[in-house]
Ligand binder design. Sequence first.
Ligand SMILES: [Zn+2]
Length: 198
Amino acid sequence: MSDDDPIGAAVKLLARLPGVGEKSARRMAYSLLASGPQFAKALGDAVASLPERVRKCSVCGTYTGRETCNICSDPQRTDDILCVVARPWELDALERAGSFRGRYHVLHTLLDPLSGLGPEQFPLDPLLARVESAHTSEVIVATPPTVEGEATALFLAEALRPLGVKLSRIASGVPHGGDLEFVDPITLGRALEGRRGL
Ligand SMILES: [Zn+2]
């Protein structure tokens, strides 16, 4: 970091966060200075400890501070339906919709052969093992409605079909190319309820 321009150095780092342009980054840096050293220190510590304190749930793969996340340890939820999402924040978005009572599986990736993630590299085995051991009866594929998301959905459907589970895809209502995270909870809840067979 630059000694003669610590604000510029902080702005550069903050501007690398998603949705933060240089202007917002600059406002953040000045706001941190104005808030006094305690807040800046607390924020810095919270951010720095994230990689150590957060791990992937040993069952579903979402981010959690414990061995097993709240959803996987909740006895009220059914193992019957498994909803597959690409990213932890998509799981959060579906949870905010509030209507789903099944379990989740987080892939942390999408099929993207052009960037080197083809069917061979895809983390398929943990999902197959889970569906088999939990005797899941339905798998909802809630990957985003993008080219990679649709390709992943078809790939998963092919891989899961031999297991004899019902396969469905999150319904339209989610705009093509859209990010599940930014779809409002009501639309997302309806998309989940109006899922169609795959
Ligand atoms: Zn979990």
